[in-house]
Write a protein that binds this ligand. Structure first.
Ligand code: A2P
Length: 284
């Protein structure tokens, strides 16, 4: 079991990935993003998760360069946006992200969604071409690992018909009460690491009646309980915050262990965070 923020999981290509990522979805570009990422690094986070569509890659890069921790000790993930699927477009999009981040190499590059509206109806072919570009970026050394996000088993099945390299990661929406069992077990079988976005249910489940008594028992906030659950599930959580005190709080999840009964309660509690988007119907 991981014991601190900089402890790592190992991806199926041998690359080590710090076990908690700092999320930046909905973090406004500019000073807010720069300060949030800087304060995360100061608190010990060594893994920052962004995406082209978040619009804050430049700020993430700036914060990483500004800190006292060397770039090489920070794991940066970014994602290919839906407009850029297809072989040529994906190659170009990666270059643009490298430039915006101001780095020579991206640690992990993900296809953000499997079935963009622009390619709906031909997503299988488009995904195959996009994945070929991802594989080439990996082989060319522009990215250290490649993966996907929001993929359900049927999207992965389709991808694997032509893939030469197994995705290393699938980043999906996961929190207590919302556990995507089929996708998780499919990925485990294929040795694809599961990353959990919205691990706090975007903040919506923090007063859940199932969660609060467990939080009280350990004298830990509900947010910490959610993140601890995620780690004990073997997921890699990506908590997002722009608030310095919460960024620090969310890092403090290594000095207690939830019991199997508590894990069961959290796994099986009702979904208080709302349903996620069906990737085959997402309106973008
Ligand atoms: P903020 O960024 O204003 O601090 P998720 O990671 O599931 O997407 O959740 C992110 C949301 O939860 C954001 O609105 C964030 O607010 C809020 N949040 C993050 N950490 C905490 C915390 N420790 N306690 C309460 N709310 C939190």
């Amino acid at each position: 079991m991981v014991k601190k923020l900089s402890d790592t999981y190992e991806l199926n290509n041998g690359l080590k990935i710090p076990c908690v990522g700092f999320g930046t979805w909905q973090t406004p570009d500019g000073e807010v993003a720069v300060n949030a990422v800087k304060s995360a690094i100061e608190c010990g986070y060594r893994h920052i998760d962004t995406a082209a569509v978040y619009g804050n890659e430049e700020s993430v890069g700036k914060a990483v360069r500004a800190g006292t921790v060397s770039r090489d000790d920070i794991f940066i993930t970014t994602k290919l946006w839906n407009d850029e699927h297809g072989y040529e477009a994906a190659l170009k999009a990666c270059d643009v992200s490298l430039e915006r981040l101001g780095v020579d190499i991206i640690d992990l590059y993900l296809i953000h969604w499997p079935n963009p509206i622009k390619f709906r109806g031909s997503f299988e072919r488009t995904n195959a071409e996009t994945w070929q570009a991802m594989e080439e970026l990996y082989q060319a050394g522009k990215v250290k690992a490649i993966g996907v996000s929001n993929y359900l088993p049927h999207h992965l099945e389709s991808l694997l018909k032509t893939a030469r390299i197994m995705p290393m990661v699938n980043q999906i929406r996961l929190f207590p009460g919302y556990t995507q069992k089929e996708t998780v077990s499919y990925c485990r079988e294929k040795n694809i690491l599961i990353e959990a976005y919205s691990p706090l249910g975007t903040g919506k489940l923090l007063d859940a009646p199932e969660l609060v008594p467990i939080a009280e028992k350990y004298s830990k906030s509900p947010a910490r309980i959610c993140l601890r659950w995620s780690l004990q599930m073997g997921f890699l959580p990506l908590p997002k915050s722009v608030t310095a005190s919460r960024i620090k709080e969310n890092a403090d999840i290594f000095d207690f262990t939830l019991s199997p009964a508590e894990m069961d309660i959290l796994t099986n509690m009702p979904n208080h965070g709302g349903d996620g988007m069906n990737p085959d119907e997402a309106p973008f």
